[in-house]
Design a protein around this ligand. Structure first.
Ligand SMILES: CC(=O)SCCNC(=O)CCNC(=O)[C@H](O)C(C)(C)COP(=O)(O)OP(=O)(O)OC[C@H]1O[C@@H](n2cnc3c(N)ncnc32)[C@H](O)[C@@H]1OP(=O)(O)O
Ligand SMILES: N[C@@H](CCO)C(=O)O
Length: 305
């Protein structure tokens, strides 16, 4: 939450320069409060796991949220039961006439296919176009980020020689941006990708800025300068066991997969993995919800979007 201070207090300028959020009394007085409406477009096969991971993170805020789960109408999930989807999910068609304060588009295990071969690509393009008109800020994760960067900005995804797999150190590139508030100089994030977006392709787009990168894993966070589109290539939301699950799964299938880096103690898969990214994940999502959703969205949704 912002610190509310008298309009001309000298500390206000110092804290603002430190990228601490300070709000004038006059602005605070005019804030109206209502629950935030957040839609989660869940493209993951492991839908129940992903729901839990994301709700845990967005629930870590004093703000009231109304979360709506979405799945694709034009694709039939193999790994999630239709009972679960019918009970808890809606489709885009059900909500297309509404406005949302925030939208999260998850990753999906389709990154090695051309975008056009993904069965729900047309529906996803429609949702991404809609998000520009009806959502205050959209948070794209992993393949969702690649899809958004490609669709909105023509940034291609590029195959990697080897999967980036493990928990890597990341750094802040643009410190004076609200999404980065309170980030450590170096922090850890799980990455699990066979593809990447290249720095030069993102830098070519004047509307985008690169906020955080990793020497090992490349671009981590890019965003539109107006904050309405956030693209995150890593999986801050992953549970401590998720990379282990992916490693065991691929090993059992006989795939050539390296042990995830910086994850198991001594890189020994027999030992229980250590979580080193949870604090970062909480900060990333609460910064997004606070500064890009709550502080920006109009009280009357749809009033200016
Ligand atoms: C880069 C990122 O975004 S990372 C995020 C993705 N990571 C994960 O999903 C990790 C967890 N996933 C998994 O472990 C595995 O996908 C499993 C175990 C759930 C299933 O794996 P498999 O049995 O090998 O593959 P399966 O044939 O069931 O298809 C896997 C998924 O690929 C996706 N998929 C495959 N082909 C297509 C296609 N043409 N169009 C759209 N989606 C497709 C679907 O999401 C499908 O699962 P779903 O139908 O339940 O949504
Ligand atoms: N995180 C994914 C990789 C991209 O599909 C997995 O290992 O399932």
């Amino acid at each position: 939450m912002p610190i509310k201070v008298p309009d001309h207090l000298p500390a206000k300028e110092i804290l603002s320069e430190e990228n601490i959020f300070v709000m004038d009394e006059s602005v605070a007085y005019h804030q109206d409060i209502r629950p935030l409406r957040i839609a989660i477009l869940n493209l993951m096969p492991t839908k129940e796991t992903t729901e839990t991971q994301l709700l845990r993170l967005i629930g870590n805020t004093p703000l009231q949220l109304e979360a709506v789960l979405l799945h694709m109408k034009t694709y039939t999930s193999k790994n999630t039961s239709s009972e679960h989807l019918e009970s808890f999910y809606k489709t885009f068609e059900d909500i297309a006439h509404e406005y949302y304060d925030g939208l999260i588009i998850t990753g999906a295990p389709v990154e090695q296919m051309p975008f056009e071969d993904v069965a729900y690509w047309e529906e996803l393009k429609e949702i991404m176009d809609w998000s520009k008109r009806r959502v205050t800020s959209t948070f794209h994760i992993c393949w969702g980020a690649q899809a958004g960067l490609f669709h909105h900005f023509g940034v291609p995804k590029v195959d990697l020689d080897e999967k980036i797999f493990g928990v890597f150190p990341h750094i802040v590139e643009k410190r004076n941006v609200p999404l980065m508030r309170g980030f450590d100089e170096q922090f850890y994030v799980p990455q699990s990708r066979h593809t990447e977006v290249r720095r030069e392709d993102v830098e070519r787009m004047a509307e985008l800025e690169i906020l955080s990168t990793s020497p090992d894993a490349g671009i981590y966070i890019a965003a539109s300068k107006d904050g309405r589109q956030i693209f995150v290539t890593g999986h801050a939301e992953y549970d401590p066991q998720t990379l282990k699950y992916e490693y065991d799964r691929d090993t059992a299938k006989g795939l050539q997969i390296a042990v995830p880096k910086n994850y198991f103690p001594n890189d020994n898969p027999e030992l229980a993995p250590l979580s080193t990214w949870r604090a970062h994940a909480n900060l990333l999502f609460s910064n997004w919800l606070n500064y890009y959703v709550y502080q920006q969205t109009p009280y009357d949704l749809g009033a200016y979007i």
